[in-house]
Design a binder for this molecule. Sequence first.
Ligand code: HEC
Length: 124
Amino acid sequence: MKSGIKFLILIFMSGLLMSGCYYDNEEELYPAPDDCDTTAVSFATDVQPIINDNCISCHSGNTPSGNLRLENYSQISANANNIYSRISLPVTDVNHMPPGIQLDDCIILKIKTWLDNGTPDNKK
Ligand code: HEC
């Protein structure tokens, strides 16, 4: 085989290898929405832990931020629309919640699913 052709094959193969790595990394950084299980979103096991992890530190107690408490089902469900619209704003928007932090797509999708389902309280 001519060395020029060998060289071309080598370039082609390394291109394949590199694109393989590129896609692997992309999947790790941005998990496909298919990996997000929204078949049985529940208040107690999905929604409340999301709020507790990301919002409760500011939105609780006697002087909650924005005068908004998100401590229990009735407070969270009453503000579900507002919660969803704030977390889905671009992270650079001044009204985005939590301030300066982008939540995972899957978390946002779970909140949206719960909202679309009519904010059920699975404990009832
Ligand atoms: C670091 C503190 C902090 C965290 C964490 C935080 N917020 Fe806020 N939030 C604020 C402040 C301050 C305001 C008031 C300013 C404003 O309205 O943007 C506010 C306002 C809001 C409002 C508007 C209240 C109203 O009706 O006037 C909503 C809704 C809200 N936050 C939802 C959330 C949600 C949902 C999370 C978690 C995903 C969250 N916030 C996390 C500080 C925080």
